[in-house]
Design a protein around this ligand. Sequence first.
Ligand code: ZN
Length: 453
Amino acid sequence: MRPPPRIIPRFRTLPVLAIPVLLGMALSVQSASAQTDPSPETVVVQAGALFDGTGETLRQEVSIVIREGRIDEVRDGIHAPAGARVVDLSEWTVLPGLMDLHTHITSDPTGELAGDPFRSFPGTAALVGARNAHTTLLAGFTTIRNAGAGEFADIALRDAIQRGVVPGPRIYTAGNGLGTTGSHCDRTGFRPDLFPETGIADGVFNGAEEARAATRYQIKYGADLIKTCATAGVMSAGTEIGPAQATFEELQAIVETAAMLDRRVMAHAHGIEGIRNAVRAGVASIDHGAELDDEILAEMRQRGTYLVPTIMAFEYVFQAAEDGTLAPWSAIKAREITPVARESHRRAVAAGVPIAFGTDAGVFPHGTNADEFRLLVEAGMTPAQALLSATREAANLLGILDEAGTVEEGKWGDLVAVRGNPLEDVELLKEVGFVMKDGVIYKEDGLPTLPRR
Ligand SMILES: [Zn+2]
C-alpha cells in the first residue's frame, strides 16, 4: 500500500488563475495569524506532571517553553526563562491537545436551529458550528477531523477559525460526504419533489467515474480529506444497516483520486462487506466498524488501517432507543447493532489494530467528547493507550505527527491539563481545566479566557 498522503498547506490547492490574488491573500492571512495565533511573548508552562504522548508514562516536573505558537523547549525541572510569562500548572497533569477524529461540528443535536432542512439557511449550520467549535475547544479538543457537512458550512467554519474570526479547534474537514444514490451519505426519507435530486456537487455518485468526479469536486472547494459511506447508518431512513452501499471499484476510485491530490479517505462502515470493500480499497480509517471479523482485523493491522470506533455514538443511540426518543425504524437498528459493535471493538483492541479516537459528536451534544476515553478503556485499552489514541495516533492518522500529537520541541503549542493522574482515572479528561492552541490560552483555571485577537 502506498504511504498515505500528507495534508498540505491550503494555498497550494488554489488554481493558477488565483496567483495574483494569492499574493495579496497570503499576505492578509499572514497578518491575520500574526495578530491572532501566537502571542509574541514567551510562555513557560510549569507542569507538575506531563504525559507527552511519546510513551505510556508520566514525567514529573517539566517546563514547556512556547514561543511564537510553537513548543520551543521541553525541559525537566521547573524553570522560568527571563521575561517569560509563567503558567503555573504544578498541581496539574499536562497533555498534548486532544483530537477527535469523527465529529459533525455543524450539526445541532438539540435540533434547535440547524436540524430542520426546510427552515434553516445555509449560514445557520456554520453559525451553530461556531458555537459547537468553541464548546469543543474548551473541552480540550484542539484538533478535530470533521466527517462532512452540507453546503460547505464546515469549510467556512474551518477558515473562520484559522483566521481568528471565531475560537475553535483546528479543523480538517471533508465537505460533502460521498455516497451512492440512496446511501447514508445521500439525503433520504423525503418525497422526491421536496428537494432537487442530488448529484456530484452534493457528494452523490454512481460508478467509479462519478466517484472520481465527486472526489475532485470536494477537493476543488477546499476539502482536506474525503469521507465516504461504505454502508448505511443508524440514523438514515429506509435502509438496512449491514449491506454495502458502494462497490469496491467505486471506493477504489475515490481512494486513488484522493491520494493523487494528497488527501486521505475516511469510510463510514458498519457491515462486514462494506468494511472489506473499504479496507481493500485502501481507506485510511474505518469509522464505526460495527461488524469486524478476525480476518478483516488481521488485514487492517497489516495494512495499518485505523479503526475509529465512535463508541459514544453506539451507546447514545442505544440509550435513545431504550428511552423511546429515536424514530422506530432507527431504534430497531440501534438495538441490533450496538451489542455487535461492542464485541467488535473489544476484538479490535485485543487484535492490536491501530485505533484513533473519534466520537461522532453532533449525534449527541458537543463538548462531551471525552466520555469516549472511559468507553475505550471498557473495550480493553489501557488508560495510556486511550490517551495515545487521541494524541499521537490521531495525529498519525491525520498525517500531522511532525506538527502535533506529542509534546516535543518544534510542534504546535497545543496543550491541555487536568488535575490528578489521568492514567489512574481517564474520566478526569472530562474536566480539562487548561487549554492552549497554537500558543494561545483559551481556558485557564477551568474558565474560558478572552484571547487577544
Ligand atoms: Zn458520523
